[in-house]
Design a protein around this ligand. Sequence first.
Ligand code: IDP
Ligand code: MG
Length: 137
Amino acid sequence: MENTFFIIKPDGVRRSLVGSVLSRIERRGFTIEKLEMRQVTKEILDQHYADLVDRPFYPDIVTYMTTGPVVIGILRGSNVISSWRKMMGATDPADALPGTIRGDFAHSSDNGCVENIVHGSDCLESAEREIALWFGK
Ligand code: IDP
Ligand code: MG
């Protein structure tokens, strides 16, 4: 059993996709250990996306992620880190396969930033780091 950290990003909340995303998680059989609606700050994003802060598109990510509330949570299950990544689909919705969240609910964005509905930790180390960052120890 392991835990992963997820976000339903502002486009997911704004487009009323919270129920659809949570429903997929429940159908898959993962446990929702924590769930909370939050307004994201630049301060937490700078830490969350520490590996991206120097990229030219990082300011667009900050604008995108702070446009409205997000839903954050912790999922628990066996292999949940990689399974949740597979359920999300490819980063760019244009490449995401049908059947994935990004492939079913998004296509592409024209505002210079990839609006792709959801986030999921990419490995155990990221999951532990992100859970501590967003929820504390
Ligand atoms: P991931 O969300 O699939 O793990 P990452 O490479 O970690 O993808 O990027 C984090 C987020 O930053 C993406 O989900 C997307 O919202 C945004 N992003 C990534 N690459 C680009 C890009 O080339 N242009 C605009 N936004 C991007
Ligand atoms: Mg990532």
